[in-house]
Write a protein that binds this ligand. Structure first.
Ligand code: TMP
Length: 236
C-alpha cells in the first residue's frame, strides 16, 4: 500500500490517501506544539517513537476488545489505518491530578483519585478546544447519545488496560487524551495516537515526568524521556 495525495496535515501527523478508499496512511512528524500551537519546537526522533508506541498500545487494546483504526505498521513513521470520520470530541481520562485539572480546581498535582474521571473537549482549534459536557456535545450534534455512551465505555476500558500494562513497565498512567472515529458502517473505533504527546507518564517510583510536559514546561531531557518510555515498553 503506498501513499497518494496528502489529505490533511495536523500539528504532529500527516494523513495520506491510498489506493483503497477505506484506508489511509498516517505519517508521524517530529514537530511539537503546546498551548494550541503557541509554543513550537522539534523533538528529535519523536515521530518514530510515537508511531511505534501507538501501534504497540493499539494492538494491546484490540487484544482486549477495544476496536481501533490500526491496520499495519508500514515503516518507522508510517502506519496504515482504517479511514474514519473523526468525532470532534477529545476524551480526557484522569487517574491522578495534574495539568489543567490541578490548575482549574486549585489543587496540587499527584492526588491519586479513588475512581478515574472523564471529561470532553470540543475539538476545535479556533475556539481553543473548550471543555464541554455530553449534553453540550449532543446539542452541537457532535455525536449521538449512543455514540457518546460507546465512547465513554471504551475510554474507561482503555484506561483499565493501559494502566495495568504500563504499571508493569514502571510507568504510572496519570491522564491521557483519546479521539474516536466512525468507520464507513458507522461503528465507533479508537483513532489518533496514544503516546507521550497525548498521555502523562510518571515513573512509578520517582514520579519523574516521562512525557510532553518536559517540552510544555521547559524541563529539559525531552528526547531522553521519550526514549525511556520506548525502552521500557518496546525494549529498544
Ligand atoms: P490537560 O491536563 O492539559 O487538560 O491534559 C490532559 C491530558 O490530555 C494530558 O495527558 C495531555 C493530553 N492533551 C493532549 O493530548 N492534547 C492537548 O491538546 C491537551 C491540552 C492535552
Amino acid at each position: 500500500m503506498e501513499k497518494r495525495e496528502q489529505m490533511y496535515e495536523g500539528k504532529a501527523k500527516k494523513v495520506f490517501a491510498t489506493g483503497d478508499p477505506e484506508l489511509c496512511i498516517v505519517s508521524y512528524k517530529d514537530d511539537a506544539t503546546a498551548f494550541n500551537g503557541v509554543k513550537r519546537g522539534t523533538i528529535m526522533g519523536k515521530g518514530v517513537i510515537n508511531n511505534r508506541l501507538t501501534n504497540r498500545l493499539m494492538r494491546l487494546l484490540m487484544e482486549n476488545g477495544v476496536p481501533t483504526h490500526f491496520v499495519e505498521e508500514l515503516s518507522d513513521r508510517d502506519t496504515l489505518v482504517k479511514r474514519v470520520q473523526i468525532v470532534p470530541l477529545e476524551v480526557i481520562i484522569r487517574n491522578i491530578s495534574a495539568g489543567s485539572f490541578a490548575k482549574r480546581y486549585g489543587v496540587e498535582e499527584g492526588i491519586v483519585f479513588d475512581a478515574p474521571t472523564i471529561e470532553f473537549s470540543y475539538k476545535n482549534d479556533e475556539l481553543g478546544d473548550p471543555l464541554i459536557n455530553s449534553y453540550h456535545a449532543l446539542a452541537l450534534k457532535l455525536a449521538t447519545k449512543e455514540e457518546i455512551e460507546t465512547i465513554k465505555a471504551y475510554s474507561f476500558k482503555v484506561n483499565e488496560v493501559l494502566k495495568a500494562f504500563l504499571y508493569e513497565h514502571g510507568i504510572e498512567l496519570v491522564d491521557f487524551k483519546l479521539e474516536f472515529g466512525r468507520l464507513a458502517d458507522g461503528s465507533i473505533v479508537l483513532a489518533d495516537e496514544i503516546s507521550p504527546d497525548t498521555c502523562r507518564f510518571w515513573d512509578v517510583k520517582t514520579h519523574e515526568k516521562l512525557d510532553k510536559d518536559r517540552f510544555r514546561r521547559d524541563l529539559g531531557g525531552v528526547e531522553d524521556a521519550y526514549q525511556e518510555v520506548m525502552r521500557r515498553i518496546i525494549g529498544e
